[in-house]
Write a new protein. Sequence first.
Length: 98
Amino acid sequence: MLTGKQRSFLKGIANTEKAITQIGKAGITDSFIEQLDLALEAREIVKVNILETSLLDTKETANKVADILEAEFVQSIGNKFVIYRKSKNNPKIQLPKS
């Protein structure tokens, strides 16, 4: 679980990031999860865009994806959400202590 301070820190990082992937009509597919898993390992923090055609709820989808990938939900704004997972092999982001 992320603390409020850690979540705020990650929001600041995510603010400058662009969405690197998107969820469309097909919803959450295996290939999407694979792609996101690789992106999280490489970047640790990922912003995802949900297309309007998918008709998915942003926060609900973000929490579902985070559960599948064993990641932490950071925030959702509009049709975008941000998730974080510490890299197993090459951690880059140093979270502040509580």
